[in-house]
Design a protein around this ligand. Structure first.
Ligand code: KG4
Ligand code: ZN
Length: 379
């Protein structure tokens, strides 16, 4: 018998709902992004985020059911993110999930958002007919998180989608998340918000046209005392800031791009003609440095551990250079690497429904006392 879980996600600035069958088949996945609301502030404004979630939650859930061709009564359980994230945002999805579960008399499963990102990799692997080997090292890299886990099976692996997982944290960022660094650098350079997708596109041009300029930028060594698998991105971001300060000739183009953004021109092909080779080189070298840090530390962690494969998830996992670089390096060192599709890399509710499935199978249900947790370790 098929088990259909309605997943609900509202931890940050995406209101999302999805229906997933047996933890592996996506019947629908709806994501209402608030990026247009937060863009003018250059980052997520918590109060605005919760207000938007309130507006979107009911229509988003309704659409997820409609697209799946289902009614509320056809759902077997509700999986909802209860942390980590913005408490005001989490509360909207969580409260709606609780109300639905209570009103429909269906089981409620609380999901850690980070576990959702891990299960997103499995969801994608199912689509491709694969099963990542465990134990694995998993890098979750987004606007809010940059963290490395060792992921092992904590019970029977059949059916694979119901495999309970055990996580041990092996490293994390000491300061900014990688996506946060992308967003801040984009803001400094007048490239809009969010920074990741636009820098990703422009960096490809910088690698061709800006190489000589890129070589002028000194990011210095990222020295981290203690754990060799910790990350640090604030120094890389500050190096970009200092470079911009030391190169006043960049100011007019930055202003020009800010003007273009305020007129709604924010696509890569609209901003590209407003970027000098120097800017493209700067963007390319910033990205190269971030990608190198992420890939190097993750592979070192994988080599030191018993990992058989590498999983990469979270918004920054959508990055082209990161995917390419992980693909090459992992192959060279004999690891298989798994990414979700770009849609499943960024926040979505299909990954939440998929993460709820093993918990439902194991009878780990929540009740109405489940509360939103801003900080929620993955244990
Ligand atoms: O996972 P996500 O949707 O939300 C969080 O949980 O944070 O990740 C959003 C982050 C943003 O910082 C965004 O700039 C970054 O992911 N991002 C990217 C790319 N697409 C999104 N960073 C680099 N390259 C991309 N292609
Ligand atoms: Zn996320």
């Amino acid at each position: 018998m098929t088990t259909r879980i309605l997943g609900i996600e509202s931890s940050c600035d995406e209101t999302a709902a999805a229906v997933v069958a047996d933890g592996q088949e996506i019947l629908s996945s709806i994501v209402a992004s608030q990026v247009g609301i937060h863009r003018k502030y250059g980052g997520v404004v918590p109060e605005l985020a919760s207000r938007e979630h309130l507006r979107s939650i009911v229509p988003v859930v309704r659409e997820a059911l409609e697209r799946a061709g289902l009614k509320f009564k056809d759902i077997d359980a509700i999986g909802v993110t209860y942390g980590p994230g913005l408490v005001g945002s989490l509360l909207v999805g969580l409260t709606y999930g609780k109300v639905l579960a209570n009103a429909l008399g269906k089981p409620l499963v609380g999901v850690n958002h980070l576990e959702g990102h891990v299960r997103a990799v499995f969801l994608e692997a199912f689509i491709g007919g694969q099963k990542p080997s465990l134990p694995a090292v998993c890098l979750i890299v987004s606007g809010g998180h940059t963290v490395l886990y060792e992921v092992a099976a904590a019970g029977p692996m059949e059916p694979f989608a119901a495999t309970p997982l055990r996580y041990s944290k092996i490293g994390q960022t000491r300061d900014d998340a990688a996506g946060e660094a992308y967003d801040k650098v984009a803001r400094l350079l007048g490239l809009g918000y969010p920074g990741g997708p636009i820098i990703d596109r422009l960096a490809a041009h910088g690698a061709e046209t800006g190489r000589t300029h890129a070589e002028q930028i000194d990011f210095g060594a990222t020295k981290i005392k203690g754990n060799p698998y910790d990350f640090s991105f604030s120094g890389i971001k500050t190096a970009v800031l200092y470079y911009i300060r030391a190169h006043p000739e960049l100011q007019p183009e930055i202003e020009e791009r800010r003007g273009a953004l305020s007129r709604g021109k924010r696509k890569a092909d609209e901003l590209l003609p407003l970027c000098s080779a120097q800017t493209l080189g700067l963007v390319a070298s910033f990205q190269k440095r971030v990608v190198t840090e992420l890939v190097r530390r993750t592979l070192e962690a994988a080599e030191k551990s018993a990992a058989q494969s590498i999983l990469v998830s979270g918004g920054v996992a959508a990055n082209s250079e990161l995917r390419h670089s992980f693909g090459c390096e992992a192959k060279r060192r004999g690891f298989e690497v798994f990414f979700p599709s770009r849609e499943l890399s960024t926040d979505n509710a299909a990954m939440i429904a998929a993460a709820a499935y093993p918990k439902l199978v194991a009878g780990q249900l929540a009740d109405l006392s489940l509360n939103a947790e801003a900080v929620l370790p993955l244990a």
